[in-house]
Design a protein around this ligand. Structure first.
Ligand code: TXA
Ligand code: MG
Length: 326
């Protein structure tokens, strides 16, 4: 088992060291506002291959390229529709990934051989500082999936990254600690290759927010994604799964874990894992609570899903998949 440095003091020096590590072909796990990412130089095929090896991820599942600002958009993407520009202007930096036709810079080793690339400008301060510093010294960007093993729950703290990946990382890799992620579920992925935007993965940037800024009708249907042959690993029916069996909207029985909004009382003998006060807090605590269930050896976790729109749609999307198990 190796021991990659775990850096909690993310000073300017730390950011410079982390950017240098990326440039040298090492991996750097870093916080974003959604979940932690496992980063590599997006122009270095060997470094990117290590991401797949560490995660145990199939090679044909594309990676998101994290760029420093909208100014980098045209380096990586072509044929950018006006509505994608509007989305980028309104919601970047932020929890939104745009799928666009790629340029030659986005190699097959990033896109899984597809002719599109996923791009995101995150808003987390450490993420942005790292991407900017790396762009400055290498003229490149950071390819990063969520920093978990394939199919597992995404990490929302540096400790969660370490417990998922420590034994697969090397001594020259790094884990940057930026505390707990603010949003807590992965970015909204929007396919911008058609006439209208299409949501491939719901997140904190909601259908209403997309409509507000583009005025465009849009769709989200998992069956569309599958029949279009688009490989979005997050769209697999088994994903985001803890070891414990996740049960949705049923009465918990004695000894089971339980996650529900704060106004739902805890039945006797049940292990209450979290009581979020609203849907945003629900998203923020969800993955950490599922991990806590595993850490305390619970075999079953019952979740009362938040109803309604907004980020509750993303929460239900992830929960449905995690309920399918590993
Ligand atoms: O919030 C997030 O998006 C986090 C943080 C680290 O940025 N990243 C993340 O990456 O969730 P990942 O790899 O775990 O999930 C990204 C999803 C995958 O399902 C991948 O297949 C899909 O985005 N994706 C990436 N590029 C794509 C493309 N060109 N076309 C379709 N789907 C794509
Ligand atoms: Mg992931």
């Amino acid at each position: 088992m190796s021991n990659p440095p775990f850096l909690s003091n993310c000073s300017a020096d730390t950011i410079r060291d982390a950017a240098a590590a990326l440039k040298a072909g090492h991996l750097v796990a870093f916080p974003t506002e959604t979940v932690y990412g496992l980063g590599a130089d997006a122009r270095n095929p060997d470094a990117v291959k290590r991401i797949y090896d560490v995660k145990g991820r199939p090679a044909d599942h594309p990676l998101i390229v994290h760029i420093a600002s909208m100014n980098q958009l045209e380096k990586w993407a072509s044929e950018i529709p006006d509505y994608a520009i509007a989305l980028a202007r309104n919601y970047w930096p932020g929890p939104m990934t745009l799928i666009l036709k790629r340029t030659d810079l986005a190699g097959d080793f990033i896109t899984g051989g597809q002719d599109t690339v996923g791009l995101r400008v995150p808003s987390d301060t450490i993420a942005l500082a790292l991407i900017q510093e790396f762009e400055k010294i290498s003229n490149s960007a950071i390819a990063a999936p969520s920093a978990n093993l394939f199919g597992h729950v995404s990490p929302t703290s540096a400790q969660a990254v370490a417990s998922e990946l420590r034994e697969y990382l090397e001594n020259d890799d790094l884990i940057l600690d930026g505390g707990t992620c603010n949003v807590g579920v992965e970015s909204t992925i929007i396919d911008c290759t058609g006439k209208h935007p299409r949501i491939l993965r719901p997140g904190a940037i909601t259908k209403e927010m997309i409509f507000d800024c583009t005025g465009s009708e849009l769709v989200f249907e998992a069956s569309d994604i599958e029949s279009a042959g688009i490989r979005v690993s997050g769209s697999l029916e088994n994903h985001y799964a803890p070891l414990a069996t996740v049960l949705l909207d049923q009465s918990p029985i004695v000894g089971q874990g339980f996650i529900a909004l704060a106004d739902v009382p805890t039945p006797a003998g049940i292990v209450r894992l979290a009581s979020p006060n609203n849907d945003e807090e629900f998203a923020r605590i969800l993955y950490g609570s599922l991990r806590a269930a595993d850490e305390s050896g619970l075999t079953h976790v019952v979740v009362f899903q938040p109803q309604g729109a907004g980020i509750a749609i993303a929460i239900r999307d992830r929960l449905r998949r995690s309920a399918n198990g590993r």
